[in-house]
Design a protein around this ligand. Structure first.
Ligand code: PXL
Length: 277
């Protein structure tokens, strides 16, 4: 069985980060270890007065303990990280645990709809960019890509612009890029893949559902990273991740007024297992 470690926060309520990654990655038959980097009462989107406890200093202690046991991972998947110090520790973790075969998958979860998430300062994207530069694959949305590159955010773009953004991101060091939430026109959206080494591109889209739910990025990344860890082709892993995310949104739509904090991914796990066949 393949084994990955995901390094991100625990939002105790709100269906994102580790509470999404762990069940989805396990359901896909990949062993999922965790390093919780902070504990929040809820995620930071749409909730006020959330608690935030930093576990910064636990990160190197956990890493050192694992090294004593020579614990290895097929993939290292990072998500939301709360501050620069966590990023420094994660970079250190990668340098200790990576070998030639490890997949380093970085979701620079820090922004959406043109804005940074609550609590980050102006310097944060430059630190996330340092982490991205070490990755085999990064999965920013267009807002995160704009912050990483320090270019203006726009939703008015064509494929040439998207390709240029991907090329710039790979020039910063990431080997492959998957931009999420990309639309060429008003009717569909999907994931745009670019490989900086081969210059191959691939785009997989589905009909746009015009309702926003939190946690869809984490749903997508968890399924995508587990698929890649299992050895699926990039095309197959992207298709399953997009299709599963769309399904989870569709299942949540009837309750969109009360459920915008997260998607009902749990109800779709039987279909996820079917999609892997
Ligand atoms: O879903 C990304 C995410 C993860 N963790 C925390 C968040 C968010 C997005 O808002 O606030 C704490």
């Amino acid at each position: 069985m393949k084994r990955l470690v995901t390094i991100q926060d625990i939002s105790c309520f709100g269906k994102c980060s580790i509470t999404v990654a762990l069940p989805l990655i396990s359901s896909m038959g990949v062993e999922c270890a965790i390093i919780p980097t902070s504990v929040l009462s809820t995620h930071t989107g749409g909730f006020k007065n959330f608690t935030f406890r930093d576990l910064n200093e636990d990160i190197p202690l956990i890493a050192n303990h694992w090294q004593e046991y020579n614990i290895k991972f097929d993939s290292i998947y990072t998500g939301y990280l709360g501050n620069k110090k966590q990023i420094d520790y994660v970079i250190d973790f990668i340098s200790k645990f990576r070998d030639e075969k490890t997949l380093v998958f970085v979701d620079p979860a820090m922004a959406d709809n043109g804005k940074m998430y609550a609590g980050f300062d102006k310097e944060f994207p430059s630190h996330m960019a340092r982490l991205c530069s070490l990755a085999d694959i990064i999965v920013p949305n267009i807002t995160e890509a704009s912050f990483l590159l320090d270019i203006p955010y726009t939703e008015e773009y064509d494929e040439a612009y998207i390709l240029d953004v991907c090329k710039k991101l790979t020039k910063m060091g990431a080997k492959k890029v998957i931009l999420t939430g990309i639309h060429f026109g008003n009717t569909t959206q999907g994931a745009y893949f670019y490989d900086g080494e081969t210059e191959k591109t691939y785009y997989y889209d589905r009909d746009t559902i015009d309702v926003a739910f939190h946690g869809t990025g984490d749903t997508f990344s968890s399924v995508l990273c587990a698929g890649l860890t299992k050895g699926y082709s990039i095309e197959k892993a992207i298709q399953i991740a997009v299709d599963f995310t769309v399904l989870a949104i569709q299942k949540t739509l009837p309750d969109k007024e009360t459920h915008s904090y997260g998607v009902k991914f749990e109800e779709c796990i039987p279909e996820l297992i079917e999609m892997m066949k």
